[in-house]
Design a protein around this ligand. Structure first.
Ligand SMILES: Nc1ncnc2c1ncn2[C@@H]1O[C@H](COP(=O)(O)OP(=O)(O)OP(=O)(O)O)[C@@H](O)[C@H]1O
Ligand SMILES: [Mg+2]
Length: 352
């Protein structure tokens, strides 16, 4: 039973990326959220790859340290998955009631999902796109590999956390965007992390193109590393401007950025072209960039010129309250783009 004055039971959002774990804890205030706590911790190379936990003990220790350092007491967490371990598919079906729909999906899912059904957790949502004329509706199906999800659950339970929500990166991103922007628009959400780019195009508030592409900011680090024969940490520091590049390195670094960002932009344009060819009467208005890779200097202008769209760097906390004595305003703004997915998980109301 939920009392009318009960505080909504929010979880701590934990986004386990290949470069860093980000956590975000919010609280609900009337019609808004406040930032209670947030932070991130870098993972060693290879600990998480392609959405899989290669080194669960190392990741567990990092998350446990982060919770301790941030003094987060709430054990209830949500996390999200992406990449090859999860398939999201939209199918168009005759309108059915909830029970009929569940029976239909359980009986027919094999034809939509290229995995053995015994190996996946299956979930679905009726997007209720039916009109009186069509009597058909779109249903979003999600199938997540049990093996991968169970590894995450076990890792989190091993450090005494209680995972109660499993989200999907693209959905979490959409969730944050819809909270920040109440207007229903046609937008492309693009999250560029260290190893992958997630593109989610929303048309009239519904996700119509969703894909993960294996490109990301780590490519820049690796190219800098191999070009100058330096170690990974030094290359990373040069990339993000923490160590100034030598004058004779600057030109080559510029070329690396241009060639890799060109690849990213081509992928974004491919997704946008696909969208426009399927939805010619609903042009995109905006492109919202998130993830650490979104902070590459000059990327926003490059994307603006190449796509002709308004490109914005995402700040999920723009309209949230926070305690300035506890959280530094500059830190909150600079970490905003990387926190988009953790925030999307942290605003999911949980039923447990
Ligand atoms: N100013 C910057 N310029 C370029 N890259 C940056 C900058 N700041 C952070 N990054 C990069 O962003 C990446 C981290 O972003 P993020 O936390 O979104 O990745 P992740 O979620 O761990 O990765 P993924 O989702 O791909 O598994 C790192 O590769 C980091 O070097
Ligand atoms: Mg990420």
């Amino acid at each position: 039973m939920k009392l009318p004055f009960a505080k909504e039971n929010l979880v701590v959002g934990v986004d386990i990326g290949s470069h860093a774990v980000k956590v975000c804890q919010l609280s609900k205030t009337d019609n808004n959220y406040s930032v209670v706590n947030l932070g991130s911790i870098t993972l060693p190379e290879g600990a998480v790859e392609d959405g899989t936990l290669n080194e669960p003990e190392i990741v567990a220790k990092a998350i446990s340290d982060l919770f301790t350092n941030l003094k987060i007491k709430n054990k209830r967490v949500g996390f999200s998955i992406s990449g090859y371990s999860v398939i999201v598919k939209k199918v168009n079906l005759a309108v059915m009631d909830d029970k009929e729909l569940e029976n239909h999906i359980m009986a027919e899912a094999e034809q939509y999902i290229p995995f053995d059904l015994d190996d996946v957790y299956l979930d679905f949502q009726d997007l209720k796109t039916n009109t009186p004329e069509t009597e058909r509706t779109d249903v979003m199906l999600v199938a997540a590999k049990k093996e991968v999800v169970d590894d995450y659950l076990q890792m989190l339970e091993g450090i005494k956390l209680k995972p109660v929500i499993v989200d999907v990166d693209g959905f979490a991103l959409e969730n944050t965007y819809e909270y920040v922007n109440k207007k229903i628009e046609n937008v492309a959400l693009v999250d560029i992390g260290a190893s992958k780019m997630n593109i989610n195009i929303l048309s009239n508030g519904v996700s119509v193109v969703a894909r993960d592409i294996v490109v990301g900011s780590r490519q820049l680090t690796e190219q800098i590393q191999s070009t100058f024969d330096i170690d990974y940490e030094e290359a990373e520091a040069i990339k993000i401007g923490h160590i100034p590049a030598d004058d004779d390195q600057k030109e080559q670094i510029g070329e690396i950025f241009t060639s890799i960002c060109t690849q990213w932009v081509l992928e974004v344009k491919k997704a946008i072209d696909l969208y426009h060819s399927n939805h010619p009467s609903q042009p995109l208005t905006k492109l919202i960039l998130s993830g650490g890779g979104a902070k590459v200097v000059g990327l926003i202008d490059f994307l603006t010129n190449e796509t002709g769209l308004t490109v914005e760097l995402f700040n999920p906390f723009a309209s949230m309250d926070f305690n300035e004595k506890k959280i530094d305003r500059g830190y909150l703004e600079s970490i905003g783009p990387e926190m988009a997915i953790a925030t999307g998980i942290a605003i999911r109301p949980s039923v447990i």
